[in-house]
Design a protein around this ligand. Sequence first.
Ligand SMILES: Nc1nc2c(ncn2[C@@H]2O[C@H](COP(=O)(O)OP(=O)(O)O)[C@@H](O)[C@H]2O)c(=O)[nH]1
Ligand SMILES: [Mg+2]
Length: 193
Amino acid sequence: MKEYNIEIVGACGAGKSTFTIRLVQGIFVKNYDPTRQDLYRRKIVEQVTDHSQIQYTVNLLDTVGVTDKDKESPDFQDTRYLFGQGFVVVYDIANEASFEEAKSIMKEIITVKKDKKTPIMLVGNKLDLDGDRQVLRTSAVEESDKYGNCQFMEISCKDNTNVMESVQSLVKVVDKRTSGVVPKDNDGSCVVS
Ligand SMILES: Nc1nc2c(ncn2[C@@H]2O[C@H](COP(=O)(O)OP(=O)(O)O)[C@@H](O)[C@H]2O)c(=O)[nH]1
Ligand SMILES: [Mg+2]
């Protein structure tokens, strides 16, 4: 079965852990330890048509915010964004600062990966708080348009709106990018790419 490594990043409080737990356990958690970084695994069975489905496993890395001290460490720079083949960049639609952080994180990912086409799903979380909205949908669309493989969705972990859909769409792009890679052969014959 195919496996995909997805890293969940974003400002503290944007809903990274809630997103991950919603995906893995199907529940909405109100108070999750903000200092906890963990790796989760979930098998997804996706109905493609009435008669066919695809199955794959996602490994989800729920990250925590970094301090300025972390940023100074060379080890940290080397391991940064290493896990993800694709990234869910989460912000809170009712918190402008979290959107600003999402923008700078996307820039960082592209720089660190040295790949303008790194698959990214920018998600505006807490759509249920639409009445307190601070980030316009159009601003996020504009931002996601800056990158080659960046998609955008608004979601609510609370109402379970678009959570699974956002991961499924991201996985499709990761798959397109990785399935084109010719595996290194080890029988000495030549691989034409
Ligand atoms: N109203 C609302 N609250 C949410 C939603 N998603 C997360 N939260 C809340 O936002 C807070 C921060 O979430 P958390 O996942 O811990 O953020 P993290 O620091 O990015 O991991 C928690 O109190 C969550 O219950 C959502 O879709 N709607
Ligand atoms: Mg968290």
